[in-house]
Structure formats: structure tokens, C-alpha cells
Design a protein around this ligand. Structure first.
Ligand code: 13P
Length: 339
């Protein structure tokens, strides 16, 4: 294991003022996004859309890395430049999603376990040779009367730790993502309780597998009320509960924490991150790895006219990247949205 390079990549991913762009949607998910803007989900359109995002002028000032889907890592722009090369020129670290999706967990109705360990060592080797420097694996945990079960938490955190070990063996920084879903009518307190359990188990498993935390990034969900809760906690409550939950569970040696947006609105996700970083300085940088919260405005703009609206869509992405970049140091203000 090349410790120095793992640690320096992990630190670069969460450098002050920067965060991660998640564009690693599976074919099914990107089709849903394209359906919403009336664009056909072809390989060429997926390539054009993602190349448009990645070639946003100045993106590397606020985006340290981007997570790609397998197809994207292999694609070139319309004029023949590999997207990975374009990213390297822009100072954006190439990352890759390596799990193969969440599937029903046997004997546990309503719960999922993420698969993809079989053959992972060989896939990681190939991804590293193609220029990927970090890899993501997403597990999902749902909150309801009956869930999560211990079995679901154990199976998912065990797989995350096994994947993380394989990543570091291949020289890739693991971005471990145990997403506690926002779906449901649960309270902030319910989410706090479940997130503590999941993160404690995750770090035990990472420890068991000898994973180097200085070369690991946690992709966390915020501690937040369910999307169908009757009374939802406010920005500061979310920020305080999330930071408290992390302080109770995450070792100080971890390289950094990045959040997913998980169905929050784009400005909402920025305000939450900023509110956390306004609370003080923590043992690890708190940054972002947003998918929908970075892509919603550029996707809508591009969808109006994919051929003509390239620079206006890129301007939307650059704006959200800047707002979130400022939120990583607690320097965001909602007044900046309209400047
Ligand atoms: P969202 O920010 O849209 O939740 O996506 C982030 C991600 O990569 C989920 O795995």
C-alpha cells in the first residue's frame, strides 16, 4: 500500500473551499433524470451531458474530484479527448463508482444490501490503470418501525470495509458511503440514533479490515428529519445534530467527511453544510459530494436546448460549485445566490 499517495489524494479531495461532484448515476437513474427534461437516454447524450459538466470553465477551483460511472470513465468528448484527460487538465481527480447496486437482503423485507465484491480486485486494478484515484461504494439503510435490522447494518458495513481494503490495496482512496435514507416520516432524533449505530459499526469493521483512515473519505448522510415528517427540524438543528453525531462516532484520523444531498433541495444542502462549518473547526474537513444538489440547475438549463445552452448550463454548475465551496469554510451567505 502506498500510504503517502493515498493520504495526499484523500487530503486533496477535501482541500479547503473544494468538494466532489457526483455524476456516477447508473443507467436507470440517469434515464430518470433525462426523462424529467425530455432528453433521450442514449450513450451519446449521456456523454455530451457529462462532458459539458466536466468542461465547465474554472470548475477545478471548487471541485476537487468527480465520481464517474464505468461507462463515463471509458468515454471521450465529441472531439476525441478522454474525459479522464480533460479532468486531469482541469485539476479534477477522477473517481469511479464500483458497487453494483443495492439488492434485497434475504429474510429482511424492505432492506437492501449492496453487492459488488466478487471480482472487485481485478476491476479496481483496471480502473487504477485507466486513471481513477478514488472509488465510491454506496450502502443504503432505511428507517421505519421495523428497520434497520442489525443484520442489514452488519452486512452493509462489512461489505463497505472489505471494499475499502481492496481499494487501498489497488492504490485508490475509498469513499465509503453508508446512506441513511431521508425517505419516511421519522424524526431528527430517529435519524440521529440510526446514524450513530451505523457509523459505530462501520468504523469497527474498517478497523477489523486494517483500513487506513488517513487515506479514507466518509460520504455521510446528514442527520435530518424524514421527508414526510410533519415537523421537520430547522437548518441549525440539522447542523448541530449532524456534527454531534460525527463527533460521537468518527475517529479524528479520518481524512475527511463529505455529504451526499440525498433529496434535499440544492440551496438547502448548501445552507446545511455552511451551518455546520460555521459551528467551528472539527477534527476532519466537512465538505460535499453532491449529485442532485449540484446538477439540478445545470440539468434543467441544458434540457431546454442541449445544443445551444452549454455555457448557460455550465454557469449554473459553476455557481452551485462556488456556493458549496464557500460553505466548506462557513463563508456562504444566501444573499450570494442572486449576486
Ligand atoms: P445525491 O447528492 O443526489 O444524494 O447523490 C450523491 C451520491 O453520489 C449518492 O450516492
Amino acid at each position: 500500500m502506498d500510504v503517502t499517495s493515498l493520504v495526499s489524494t484523500a487530503q486533496a479531495m477535501v482541500a479547503d473551499g473544494k468538494g466532489i461532484l457526483a455524476i456516477d448515476e447508473s443507467h436507470g437513474t440517469i434515464k430518470k433524470r433525462f426523462d424529467s427534461i425530455g432528453v433521450e437516454c442514449t450513450e451519446e447524450n449521456r456523454r455530451d451531458y457529462r462532458a459539458m459538466l466536466l468542461s465547465t470553465p474554472g470548475l477545478g477551483e471548487r471541485i476537487s474530484g468527480a465520481i464517474l460511472f464505468d461507462e463515463t470513465l471509458r468515454q471521450s468528448t465529441a472531439d476525441g479527448k478522454l474525459l479522464v484527460e480533460l479532468m486531469n487538465e482541469a485539476g479534477i481527480i477522477p473517481g469511479i463508482k464500483v458497487d453494483t447496486g443495492a439488492h434485497p437482503l434475504a429474510n429482511h423485507p424492505g432492506e437492501l444490501v449492496t453487492e459488488g465484491l466478487d471480482g472487485l480486485r481485478a476491476r479496481l486494478k483496471e480502473y487504477a490503470s485507466m486513471g481513477a484515484r478514488f472509488a465510491k461504494w454506496r450502502a443504503v439503510i432505511s428507517i421505519s418501525e421495523a428497520t434497520p435490522s442489525d443484520a442489514c447494518i452488519n452486512a452493509n458495513t462489512h461489505a463497505l470495509a472489505r471494499y475499502a481494503g481492496l481499494c487501498q490495496e489497488a492504490g485508490l482512496v475509498p469513499m465509503v458511503e453508508p446512506e441513511v435514507l431521508i425517505t419516511g416520516d421519522h424524526s431528527l432524533e430517529d435519524c440521529y440514533e440510526v446514524t450513530v449505530l451505523v457509523l459505530r459499526r462501520l468504523f469497527e469493521q474498517l478497523y477489523d479490515q486494517n483500513v487506513l483512515l488517513e487515506g479514507t473519505i466518509l460520504k455521510a448522510s446528514m442527520v435530518i428529519s424524514g421527508d414526510a415528517a410533519t415537523e421537520r427540524a430547522g437548518y441549525n438543528e440539522v447542523a448541530e445534530a449532524t456534527v454531534d453525531c460525527l463527533l460521537q462516532t468518527v475517529p479524528a484520523s479520518l481524512a475527511g467527511v463529505v455529504f451526499l444531498s440525498g433529496g434535499q433541495g440544492d440551496e438547502e444542502a448548501t445552507v446545511h453544510l455552511d451551518a455546520m462549518n460555521k459551528l467551528g473547526v472539527f477534527p476532519w474537513p466537512l465538505s460535499f459530494s453532491y449529485g442532485r444538489a449540484l446538477q439540478a440547475p445545470p440539468l434543467a438549463e441544458w434540457g431546454k436546448d442541449p445544443a445551444a445552452n452549454i455555457s448557460s448550463a455550465q454557469a449554473k454548475l459553476a455557481h452551485r460549485a462556488r456556493m458549496n465551496g464557500l460553505a466548506t469554510t462557513g463563508e456562504y451567505d444566501s444573499g450570494m445566490e442572486t449576486e
